[in-house]
Write a protein that binds this ligand. Structure first.
Ligand SMILES: [Fe+2]
Length: 377
């Protein structure tokens, strides 16, 4: 476990049912005056839910530009469009209300807007995000990705056929307002995918080579909450207690993995999900039991601790329970769309990210192929 590390979080993390209604006052706290010129990036489905009608009506005087929704795995061209609109409207800050894709696109746009450079410079050529990035305020509407907490933005380039992150301390949002009520309109499938992403992130963080005392404390608390409450949130989206506990678990998960890094589930899920156009959380959930079986021998004590947190006997029982949980939430044990002979080379060629390096038990290309074989039905 690491004993030399730095922690980096949004200066304000606010959690609570209904706290989205504090947004106007929070925007005024950012030092941009009483009417801060705000670019809004808001998911279309959240708008249609009516959950933010009152809030957006109150914000109308400060919204100077708007991007209505963002594609999944936001393409860098969409980030450029948001950054351009923010510059044209002379926006002082960006407000993101949505799931991980909306927040990731808004984060990247806020980071690059002051530079005038295209996103490709940052995504492909490693250009550094400047310190004068626009302030970003993030309101997540799914409980899962943790994008409102972390320093990375997951993007894609359809032309180059890639999906990967840009990372910078200057991409960390200035304020994360986590209102569990915003998640009540998420469908059972979205609740399962995003919640299992949060659970995967917490487990991978706990086992990661980058884990330290803080991240492990947060990750274990996240696993406990998500394991116990996800089924109830999935079964009844209107269950306020379950939605609150899952949102809190998601927040804790992000506070953990943002500091520790992840593991091979995320290393493989990015190219796999991109290749097969599958939701990120769904892809993670299919991979999770397979990778846990691979990792079990590397961290036996940690597996037992995870089991105890879930009220289970040992590491083997934990892996079986996680597989059963995912199955109960509609996740299959294999990927029907995955064809080993067609797809394995692409995954092997595109999986060597920081997440793979943080996995507690290294995987050779041959090991990756053996694991991918298990996913082919
Ligand atoms: Fe994830």
């Amino acid at each position: 476990m690491k004993t030399d590390y730095q922690l980096l979080y949004p200066p304000v993390i606010r959690f609570g049912w209904g706290c989205r209604n504090e947004t106007p006052a929070r925007l005024r706290d950012l030092g941009c005056g009483s009417l801060p010129r705000t670019m809004l990036v808001c998911s279309g489905s959240v708008r249609r839910s009516g959950l933010v009608d009152a809030l957006l009506a109150e914000l109308e005087p400060v919204i100077v530009a708007e991007q209505p929704g963002v594609s999944h795995d936001p393409p860098i061209a969409e980030v450029d469009a948001i950054a351009r609109a923010a510059r044209t409207a002379d926006a002082q800050l960006i407000l993101a209300i949505g799931g991980g894709s909306v927040i990731d696109a808004a984060k990247a746009a806020a980071g690059i807007a002051p530079t005038g450079l295209p996103c490709a410079e940052f995504y492909h050529r490693g250009q550094a995000v400047p310190a004068n990035a626009l302030p970003l305020v993030a309101l997540p509407t799914t409980a899962g990705t943790g994008a409102e907490i972390t320093m990375n933005s997951v993007l894609s380039d359809p032309v180059a056929d890639t999906k990967k992150s840009i990372r910078s301390p200057y991409l960390v949002p200035k304020i994360a307002l986590i209102d569990p009520e915003l998640t009540v309109s998420a469908s059972p499938a979205l609740t399962a995918a995003s919640g299992l992403d949060a659970l995967t992130q917490a487990i991978e963080s706990y086992l990661s080579t980058g884990a330290q005392a803080t991240s492990q404390a947060l990750a274990l608390a996240a696993v406990r909450l998500l394991y116990h409450w996800l089924p109830a949130a999935y079964a009844n989206g209107a269950d306020r207690t379950a939605r609150t506990q899952v949102a809190e678990g998601s927040m804790l998960s992000a506070m953990a993995f943002g500091q520790s890094g992840l593991g091979a589930v995320h290393g493989l899920a990015h190219p796999l999900g991109h290749l097969l156009s599958l939701p990120h959380g769904y892809t993670c959930a299919v991979l999770l039991p397979v990778i846990l079986r691979w990792n079990a021998s590397a961290k036996p004590r940690e597996f037992n601790e995870l089991a105890t947190a879930c009220g289970l006997a040992d590491g083997a029982a934990f892996i079986a329970a996680i597989a059963a949980l995912a199955n109960g939430l509609g996740i299959p044990g294999t990927l029907a769309a995955f064809q080993f002979d067609r797809d394995a080379d692409y995954i092997v060629a595109n999986c060597r990210s920081g997440s793979m390096k943080a996995n507690p038990r290294p995987l050779s290309d041959q090991d990756v192929r053996a694991i991918l074989r298990e996913l082919a039905p």
